[in-house]
Design a binder for this molecule. Structure first.
Ligand SMILES: [Zn+2]
Ligand SMILES: [Zn+2]
Length: 167
């Protein structure tokens, strides 16, 4: 979906507000795919600061199937992201500390914007629950479901995850 921001570039309008539901099925990342379980809510305001500068701020709400880094179970992850960034013309290059969005001939692709926001805010660690107990490094039992009887000697948890990966 594209929105036209020509009026704001021309200075005929100072602000554009938008509230939309966007259906997206999958977002392929380098390491995994996010499968969205509901339409994505985007709420935004685009405004002009001076002659040359356009900014946007807003929120993106989404729910997707993700995989817990600790117990490896798939779960429905809900996310609410606040974002703000600068909008520049596609060919321009700019050094900027925040996110940059591009418009092409006065049009912005909202789907691209959503993808950028999701990627930018992706959690470093995905957990099904803050208190997720993970899996037993020996038998692979999901310790959220039940305790196993393994005796654990000190294995580096990072290695144990790898070990499990190769089972
Ligand atoms: Zn978990
Ligand atoms: Zn075990």
């Amino acid at each position: 979906m594209r929105i036209d921001i020509q009026n704001i570039i021309n200075g005929e309008e100072f602000k554009i507000s938008l509230k939309e539901n966007i259906s997206m099925n999958l977002l392929a990342l380098e390491t995994k795919e996010l499968e969205f379980t509901t339409p994505i809510d985007i709420n935004l305001e685009i405004y002009k600061v001076d002659k040359a500068s356009l900014y946007v701020n807003g929120t993106v709400d989404y729910q997707c199937i993700d995989v817990c880094d600790r117990c490896l179970n798939a779960f429905n992850r809900k996310a609410h992201e606040n974002f703000s960034g600068k909008i520049i013309e596609k060919e321009e290059q700019e050094e900027y500390e925040d996110i940059i969005f591009y418009h092409e001939n006065g049009k912005i692709d909202i789907t691209d914007m959503i993808k950028t926001v999701i990627l930018y805010n992706l959690p470093m660690k995905t957990l099904c629950d803050e208190n997720c107990k993970g899996i037993c490094p020996k038998c692979g039992q999901n310790l959220n479901e039940k305790q196993c009887n393994c005796e654990i000697n000190d294995i580096d948890p990072r290695l144990s995850k790898l070990e499990n990966f190769f089972k």
